[in-house]
Design a protein around this ligand. Sequence first.
Ligand code: CMP
Length: 300
Amino acid sequence: GVSAEPTSGHYCGGLKAPHVSIERARVRKDSSTKKLINDAIMNNDFLKRLEPQHMREMVDCMYEKIYTEGQLVIQEGEPGNYLYVLADGLLEVIQNGKLLGQMHPGTAFGELAILYNCKRTASVKAVSQSHIWALDRQMFQSIMMRSTQARHEEYFSFLRSVSLLKDLPEEKLAKIVDCLEVEYFDKGEYIIREGEEGNTFFIIAKGEVSVTQTMEGCPEPQEIKTLGVGDYFGEKALISEDMRSANIISKENDTQCLVVDRDNFNQMVGTYEELQAYLKEYVEQLSRSDEERNAVPHSP
Ligand code: CMP
């Protein structure tokens, strides 16, 4: 019969290093889509053991497919070419002609054949029209094989270009790279709210944010500046339990920030105190020049 899973090239069964570019495979998604896919991966017993970096890249490289009512997504017994996440619609799982169950939006599936290089263990069929995010097997393998070293180097050189961190000793910077997380924000989304307590430090890796602050005589917070790639905010939270002094609002869809959490940082970086002293000195310098400029928050 007709295969439920056409391959775009040849079927690549073994663990040969595939030559696929992860960079070129990324598909733009809004942050709620990314969250749906990410949560689906985290809810899957097999996929949740993957490294966070790998999960992020899987989320970025998935692309949307639409299945019509009654269409087969996976055929039991066939080789598996895709890993899937159901975004919208309803699916049923069938094994040996027996209905095993239904799958609802937010479910990752098709992971077994991809992870364990086995034949499809069951069939999956669309009960109603379904929107499904798919990642092909070669891309999955590329992501898994992309060395931790390569990613480390990428973040390392980016962090080196951030003014605050440019003079930091190499081993300290490497430790920061180890405890980074990436967060995504949509246009208009608040990343930080003035007056709230904070314990995270952000570096903008993509996009722009607006910094707004309450001013005497103004009913609404006023924009005091915008920040872009390589700029950072929330650094005061790493050195003290300060309240946030301004709002930070994403100006674009898909603003990406590298996030360092104080506790995470504390746990993973044994030399936290040294870095804390370094940052403290830096922030003190900044607040001195801030005072000179009428207490306007600093520019990085
Ligand atoms: P895979 O074997 O690659 O392809 C069929 C998919 O159906 C399988 O991965 C699982 O994601 C899913 N699946 C298999 N068995 C069950 C089950 N008993 N209940 C729900 N989903 C299943």
